[in-house]
Ligand binder design. Sequence first.
Ligand code: SF4
Length: 142
Amino acid sequence: SSYEYIISACLCGEKCRYDGKEFTLEQAKELIDNGKALIICPEVLGGMSVPRPPCEIVGDKVINIDKEDKTDNFKVGAIKVLEIANKYGIKKAILKEKSPSCGSKFIYDGSFNKKLIPGEGITTSLLRKNGIHVISDEDYIK
Ligand code: SF4
């Protein structure tokens, strides 16, 4: 295939974020329009609805703000994204920073107080372990 990247769907105008908000990066749209990127949302692939309560990583689990354990959804979503990348031979990903799935440099600290710490999301971690280069959207748009 000609796909070079997988890219977080919420960067491309898809309403898949926990809060249902959408935004579009011009650069992301360009990649899609040129057939260079495949859009994915690990949380939707993992069976989560839109909107949904926000989740944060706490230790080796992912918990939502109502204290429900959503770890399995995040793991299933990550595996599905990896399978898609492998199926198309894609070796690079542009993912949304700060997300508990897609973050690649920073995530929230698990206190739901909007406090960032260095870290990576569940999907980013699995992709990196499997040799896929994950780029933060914040670096890509520079
Ligand atoms: Fe989906 Fe990742 Fe965007 Fe969250 S950051 S809405 S998991 S694509």
